[in-house]
Design a protein around this ligand. Structure first.
Ligand code: ADP
Ligand code: MG
Length: 320
């Protein structure tokens, strides 16, 4: 059973029906009506040691990343983050580890004006859950379900840096030390694209953050919007090092997760403004395809995309 079927089968529409739930399960965060002007935005993500980060990851980086992944979900909604709770499961109470963890979490929280307002502490295998809340002007949130035929598909930054970082950390590459440090940083300290999300709200027709893999995450937008896409794989912005590393790494940017860039769609008429926005934010925003009415993903020649895997699924190995 895939992670997504599991959620669909057991948890959709669980509990009461409430009219103030404007968007429930199925997007990067939920939207709850607060008043006429504002919606509450809620996301939660868990990091499990050895699964979401290598066991040797520093306490600082674990603290940092546990918030960063949630900030990324709020960025994908176009939201402003405000409050978080922290559920921490620890094998032991190690003061030095906790100091490092708290510094990593605190540094990023201050940078984005997020307060820690509660949580839970238990003993067990190292697991970190951060729940993040924020707000968005009513009706302006970026969702997965608004992509329309003719829209252009854009992605921010470069895709595959975190996966290269993982390969570096695991000693699977022979890149020089400076590159190894750069890519390890991309893996451990992703930069959530909150400014971009804020700029896109009320404007991009759909958005998602790239956490499972570029094509897997695109497929979530396509499914939610009931459309298909033509994707120019050669246009996907990847680190130059990928080419040097050979065939084993060639699919990596398309299928590997953890980049936390934003993937979004824009009406044809707004494409020129994206170029201006990229300059303003000093962040590459690259067109990688077009939304089409017919479901499925095709290459530039219109041939169905055949890849061994699309991305990461926790209950299905690597076979989304
Ligand atoms: P993301 O990658 O953006 O964090 P996920 O792929 O983890 O999102 O989850 C997909 C959707 O399913 C989200 O809307 C999430 O809130 C929801 N979801 C995941 N697990 C559960 C669960 N156990 N109960 C209810 N909703 C869930
Ligand atoms: Mg997400």
């Amino acid at each position: 059973m895939s992670e997504f079927n599991l959620i669909l089968d057991h948890f959709t529409e669980l509990g009461a029906y409430r009219a103030d739930v404007k968007l429930g399960i199925g997007d990067d965060a939920a939207l709850i009506e607060l008043d006429e002007a504002r919606q509450l935005v809620v996301a939660v993500d868990t990091l499990v040691a050895g699964r979401h980060f290598p066991l040797q990851t520093s306490a600082y980086d674990i603290g940092y990343k546990s918030l960063a992944v949630n900030l990324s979900d709020l960025a994908a909604m176009g939201a402003d983050p405000s409050w978080m709770t922290l559920a921490l499961t620890l094998p032991e109470a190690d003061d030095e580890w906790l100091r490092g963890f708290a510094r990593g979490l605190g540094d990023l929280a201050r940078e984005y004006n997020v307060a820690l307002v509660g949580g839970d502490t238990t003993r067990g295998p190292l697991t970190v859950t951060v729940q993040l809340m924020g707000t968005v002007p009513a009706g302006e949130a970026l969702r997965r379900d608004g992509a329309e035929p003719g829209d252009h598909i854009f992605v921010s930054g470069r895709i595959g840096e975190a996966a290269l970082g993982l390969a570096c950390v695991q000693g699977r590459t022979s890149l020089p030390a400076t590159s190894t440090r750069f890519f390890a940083d991309a893996l451990n300290r992703p930069r959530p694209r909150l400014e971009l999300g804020r700029e896109l709200r009320g404007w991009a027709t759909s958005a998602i953050d790239v956490s499972d893999g570029l094509l897997a995450d695109l497929s979530h937008i396509l499914a939610a919007s009931g459309v298909g896409a033509r994707v120019d794989l050669a246009a996907v912005p990847v680190p130059g090092e990928i080419a040097e590393l050979g065939a084993d790494f060639s699919h990596l940017p398309l299928t590997a997760g953890d980049d936390y860039e934003l993937l979004f769609t824009i009406h044809d008429t707004d494409v020129a403004e994206i170029e201006a926005l990229a300059r303003e934010l000093k962040l590459p925003l690259t067109a990688i395809g077009i939304i089409e009415p017919v479901q499925g993903m095709r290459d530039v020649d219109g041939e169905p995309l055949h890849l061994p895997v699309l991305g990461y699924d926790h209950f299905n190995g690597r076979s989304l």
